[in-house]
Write a protein that binds this ligand. Sequence first.
Ligand SMILES: *Cc1c(COP(=O)(O)O)cnc(C)c1O
Length: 393
Amino acid sequence: MTTHLITSLQQKLKQLDARGLRRRRRTTDSPCAPQVQVDGVTKLAFCSNDYLGLASHPLIIAALREGASRYGAGSGASHLISGHSRAHALLEERLAEFMAPDIEAVRTLTFCTGYMANLAILSALTDRDTDLFCEQLNHASLIDGARLSRASVQVYPHGAVDQLALMLAASRSPGKMVVTDSVFSMDGDLAPLAELLALCEQHDAWLLVDDAHGFGVLGRHGRGALEQAGIRSQRLIYMGTLGKAAGVGGAFVAAHESVIEWLLQRARPYIYSTATPPALAHALLTSIDLIGGAEGALRRTHLANLIGEFRSQLQLQHWHCLLSETPIQPVIIGSNDDTMAAATRLYEQGLWVGAIRPPTVPVGTGRLRITLSAAHSRAEVAQLVAALNALQA
Ligand SMILES: *Cc1c(COP(=O)(O)O)cnc(C)c1O
């Protein structure tokens, strides 16, 4: 006899099927790279966030091995107990040195994931007396962090700086924080960070910037959205992820040293979770060196060329593209069924792209989320564009 609890879940899963919203995973047997073994077949992938192609970089893999021999497999405890290794300490210092041009009196703190870092910042730095001003298209982790905080939340429409200005002017709360993605993860466009910072200066508010898709990619040295926007401030709280362009895993917060010390004292997702394996932190030292060095610059130049070629060669008929200069190039198709059908046709031709449906994006804006990487060749991007052009004919 199946209990009512189980049958009601089974009914809900059937409803997902009926609406074309059931998600499934594909299993890979090779490193994250353009050519990937998926369920036993080789596909050309345009769906990872490995924007610089560092996830399979030989020097980072070697550093990971070396880190494991030096520090072992696991950290064994949370940072405040005994899990904070020399590798974590060196990574914090290296990241602070790297981000110093963008944030005054900078210090950094590493987290297991960007999701946890966002929960930590929002829950520890706000209280009932805070007004949070959240951009409409913010990532789920920022939305969940806002829920976890006891702050009062106001959402401003995508890119609407004028509306945000009115909301800030009307706020009577002693604490204010503006919260935004720098690169919107499903659209690929950029937040107007310089304008947002100017508003925050005017209204004495924090500016939390989630640069999950900018760190390593944007800016001449790869420091991300702050470098690209040319801004620097004490009121910036910067969250960068280390599992996307940095190719490994984890995340960090860079902010004024007092902000970091407060997170260390009070952020529950930091305090009550086991530190990442030190080998990851050790491997990330190599990753940051690559991002900030000559190789990173070359990879960013190649990536920018690929983005330009993709955009100039794509011929859109029934579908449309969003204005994005970043490696995230969404092609909007519309209905869930049409989006899935297009992704399936491409997959049959050996091309693996992400099909994104509600609730991740608004109803009726199902899309192929195409992501380009410095690991792609020009020929591979040309192959994708030819397939997309032919599919609409
Ligand atoms: C991926 C992502 C996160 C979460 O980072 P993880 O390290 O994957 O948990 C946070 N914000 C944005 C905008 C993201 O795209």
